[in-house]
Ligand binder design. Structure first.
Ligand SMILES: Nc1nc2c([nH]c(=O)n2[C@H]2C[C@H](O)[C@@H](COP(=O)(O)OP(=O)(O)OP(=O)(O)O)O2)c(=O)[nH]1
Length: 162
């Protein structure tokens, strides 16, 4: 049997392509914003960092601004890259790219998620994160525990407390 021929149709259909997904790490008072995926969605009930898939021609930063506006009706500034996680679900592989983000304007409004919460570092391990998010949540938990100075001030600058 020709195995190369057998698998090539996956690539032709685009199913072998890694999907790029962005995620926002938004801090407030040393808590991070996380969101729960709604019933009926893929990964329903799992917690994630809000964001979504990049569209053709879009940078991850542009994607994140658009997704956060669509999902939560807030404007954000996308700051530095935080971390990435590559995970293969049954539906395909995603590259989840997380960025530090700063909330600029707007009131949080749930458009696609069932719940959002601001979580303290010590509580991050109590949430059932989507598998791709687990290393990101763990990295964040460790980072927040190492910081003696407010991480928020470091990431966002002094404007965080203006
Ligand atoms: N936005 C976001 N998506 C995540 C995270 N972790 C994680 O595994 N994902 C997955 C869930 C989805 O399969 C995909 C993001 O897709 P999406 O939010 O733009 O839209 P969707 O549910 O319609 O995606 P899909 O069914 O087409 O795969 O990445 C995360 O922290 N944030």
């Amino acid at each position: 049997m020709n195995y190369i021929k057998d698998t090539s149709y996956l690539l032709r259909k685009g199913e072998g392509k890694i999907k790029e997904v962005t995620a926002a790490v938004i801090l407030k008072d040393n808590c991070v914003l996380i969101a729960q995926r709604s019933a009926g969605d893929k990964l329903a009930g799992k917690w994630e960092f809000p964001g979504g898939k990049t569209e053709p021609g879009e940078t991850p930063q542009e994607c994140l601004k658009r997704e956060i506006k669509e999902e939560l009706e807030v404007d954000i500034e996308v700051l530095n890259f935080f971390a990435e996680s590559i995970y293969t679900y049954q539906s395909g592989t995603i590259k989840l790219m997380a960025f530090w983000c700063k909330w600029i304007a707007g009131d949080l409004t749930l458009k696609v998620h069932s719940k959002i919460v601001w979580v303290k570092r010590s509580e991050l391990n109590l949430y059932d994160f989507a598998p791709a998010d687990i290393p990101l949540a763990e990295k964040l938990r460790q980072l927040l525990s190492l910081e003696s100075q407010s991480l928020e001030s470091k990431i966002l600058g002094d404007s965080a407390h203006e």
